[in-house]
Design a protein. Structure first.
Length: 199
């Protein structure tokens, strides 16, 4: 596992300084599967990541978790970089599965999309105790297989919050095994303290 702490703080952007932004903001780093293991869910950081991808070109976003940025939040984030924010927002192709089986279907469809793929909260849908564990595990195996295949043709970045749960400890190693690189972000740092240290 590659563990990377604070590498760059972009003063003019509202980015969590614990995130190694220079390593995963851009979706155009070649054909690979990058797994970003985060500590907690930082709304501002995720909105910034999506905005950065939007201004770079068309991509496919699969939001597998409960949270999704509001349209106005993304609009404002993109507006900070370009006045053509409405046209740039068309770059975002959004899908939101509500079951692990729907996630599997979307990963199969994403291969036809031919665009970089950003997947938020990949493991969230596999924590559903109403679904038999064996079905969840076998579906995760298939999802991981299709995600790996997808990464052979387009860049794929997967965001996974680090959780202290039995399901997470059971499922994360399978997802980690297919990644070309794993970045584990540092635990959140006070942005004002970090910014002050730059001067």
């Amino acid at each position: 596992m590659v563990k990377i702490g604070f590498t760059r703080y972009l003063v003019n952007m509202n980015i969590d300084p614990s995130i190694p932004t220079s390593r995963w903001l851009s979706p155009y780093r070649g054909r690979q599967l990058l797994l970003v293991k985060t500590h907690g869910r930082n709304r501002d950081t995720i909105i910034e990541v999506i905005a950065q991808w939007i201004i770079r070109g068309s991509f496919y976003l699969i939001a597998a978790g409960e949270w999704l940025p509001e349209h106005d939040e993304l609009r404002y984030a993109v507006f900070r970089y370009t006045l053509a924010y409405d046209r740039r927002l068309d770059h975002l192709i959004l899908s939101r599965p509500f079951t692990c089986l729907q996630l599997l279907d979307l990963l199969i469809e994403a291969k036809q999309c031919g665009r970089p793929v950003l997947i938020m909260d990949f493991l969230h849908l596999f924590h559903d105790a109403d679904v038999d564990l064996s079905l969840r595990y076998s579906t995760l195996e298939q999802c991981c297989g299709y995600t790996r295949q997808l990464s052979l043709s387009v860049p794929v970045v997967v965001l996974v919050p680090d959780l202290n749960t039995e399901e997470y400890r059971r499922f994360f190693p399978l997802l980690a095994s297919i990644a070309d690189e794993i970045i584990e972000t540092s635990k959140p740092v006070d942005p004002e303290a970090v910014q002050g240290s730059l001067f």
